[in-house]
Each structure stands twice: as structure tokens, then as C-alpha cells.
Design a protein. Structure first.
Length: 240
């Protein structure tokens, strides 16, 4: 396993060059260099506090790096590029008084690429009611609703921060299948989770972060061939 080279080609939709972020004495991103290609699903892996959310928040523009460059489709992040980037945070962000129907209207007004038909299809598929207020929903229902909202956009870069949290084991299989079905050509998907084995089923690539540094990255198939290990054992080897 080697650190990725930074190289820029047309298909490298997202490039981080020498990206650093500190919070006082805490290193949340350390000299991060990586190129991500369209069509791939990246499992973003690392223990608590390693810097996964920071990585996503810097790309989405919510957190400003101290130094370094982030290029999306060859251009520095701008208000225009951010329209094509979506980020699903770990926290629930719905107003408690809103139903899924209200949420659909809210996001349709907010994001031009939000597809209400797709959203209702997800609700149906996830067996979520459209008339229940958010404060009455269970943790798992809210988690599914967040996924439905995120996948209803047509973003070229989609980031899901711990989407499987709070979702039961049977539903998780359906959620991972839904995430996989919504990946594909022209889109980068970055998904973080501590459920490494479940994430392995949907991911083509993995990025391992340790104390803010990208310590390994690459295609999961190549990582498996190089090490003879599955993703869970590679994870243990890196972090145990
Ligand atoms: N706003 C902030 N102020 C101060 N420190 C922060 C802030 N956000 C993150 N950190 C610190 O930066 C480091 C990386 O945090 P981050 O949330 O990116 O990790 P993570 O890998 O997503 O963790 P987890 O798996 O627990 O969600 C941690 O040490 C965290 O305490």
C-alpha cells in the first residue's frame, strides 16, 4: 500500500494538493494529496477523530483548509462548483416540525437539481411515510430520510458521512444496495462508515486516514491483491 500520487487528468474530478487543517494543536488534515476519479465509490475509513468528516467538510467548503489546494473538475472550489457537490452530515438537519412531504418541498426550492419524483420513489422503497413529522421519527427513519434527500440530487460529487448509523442490519443491506445503484459514470461517491465490511460491498476504492494523514488509498481490488487481505483486515493492520 502506497500513498497516492497526485496527477491530474480529465477524469480526475477531485484533486487535493498539500491540504492541511489544524484545530489549535489538533491535526485534522495533514499534507493530504489525492486524486479521485469519476465512476468510483470511495470508502473513507479511519477511527474516531482521524479526520474523515473534516476531509468531507473541506471539500464541500464548510471548513476552510489552513493551506493547500482543492480542485473540482480542474477548478478551485467556487459557488458554482459547490452546486454540483453534496454532503450528507452525520447529524440530522431536518426541522422537527417538517414531514417528508415538507422536506421534499423545502429541498426542491433550495436545490435546483433536487428530483421530487426520485425522492418519493426512495420514500416508497424505504417504507417511510410522507406525513410524519421529523420529531416523531425514529433514529433509523431519520437516517434513511437523510439518505433519500441526498440521493435525490444529481450531484457529480456526493459525500455521505456515516449513512449507515442507526439503521438496522436488514435495512443496511438495502441502503448499501441503494447507494451502489446511485453510483456510476460521471459521479464520485465518497462514503464514510465504521461498518467496514458493509462498506466494502459497495465501494470500488478505499481511503485510509490516520491522524489527518492519508496513509493508504487505492482500488479495493488492488489493495486485496497486494496484501492478500480483505478490507476489514487491512483496516486492522493499519490501525490496530
Ligand atoms: N470544529 C472543531 N473544533 C475543534 N476540533 C475539531 C473540530 N472539528 C473536528 N475537530 C477535531 O479534528 C479531529 C478530526 O475530527 P473529524 O470529525 O474530522 O474526525 P472523524 O474521523 O470524522 O471522527 P468520527 O469517526 O468520530 O466521526 C478530531 O480530533 C476532532 O476533535
Amino acid at each position: 500500500m502506497t500513498k497516492p500520487d497526485v496527477f491530474q487528468k480529465e477524469e480526475h474530478m477531485l484533486v487535493l494538493q498539500n491540504v492541511n487543517k489544524h484545530y489549535s494543536s489538533i491535526t485534522a488534515a495533514s499534507n493530504q494529496n489525492i486524486s479521485l476519479e469519476a465512476g468510483n465509490v470511495y470508502a473513507l475509513l479511519g477511527p474516531n477523530g482521524s479526520g474523515k468528516s473534516t476531509f468531507m467538510k473541506m471539500i464541500t467548503g464548510l471548513v476552510k483548509p489552513d493551506s493547500g489546494t482543492i480542485l473540482y473538475k480542474g477548478q478551485p472550489l467556487s459557488s458554482q462548483s459547490k452546486l454540483d457537490i453534496s454532503y450528507m452530515p452525520t447529524e440530522s438537519y431536518f426541522y422537527s416540525y417538517m414531514t417528508a412531504k415538507d422536506i421534499c418541498k423545502y429541498f426542491s426550492d433550495f436545490f435546483p437539481d433536487f428530483n421530487p419524483n426520485k425522492f418519493y420513489a426512495f420514500l416508497n422503497d424505504m417504507e417511510l411515510p410522507d406525513n410524519l413529522k421529523a420529531y416523531k421519527m425514529s433514529t433509523g427513519m431519520l437516517a434513511k430520510l437523510k439518505i433519500a434527500v441526498s440521493l435525490s440530487r444529481s450531484s457529480g460529487l456526493m459525500m455521505l458521512d456515516e449513512p449507515l448509523n442507526g439503521i438496522d442490519i436488514i435495512s443496511r443491506e438495502r441502503m448499501t444496495a441503494t447507494i451502489a445503484a446511485n453510483s456510476g459514470p460521471g459521479r464520485i461517491m465518497i462514503v464514510s462508515s465504521h461498518l467496514v465490511d458493509e462498506l466494502e460491498t459497495v465501494s470500488t476504492h478505499a481511503i485510509f486516514i490516520k491522524q489527518g494523514s492519508i496513509v493508504a488509498a487505492g482500488s479495493i481490488e488492488e489493495l486485496r491483491n497486494q496484501t492478500g487481505l480483505g478490507l476489514v483486515d487491512i483496516y486492522k493492520r493499519i490501525y490496530a
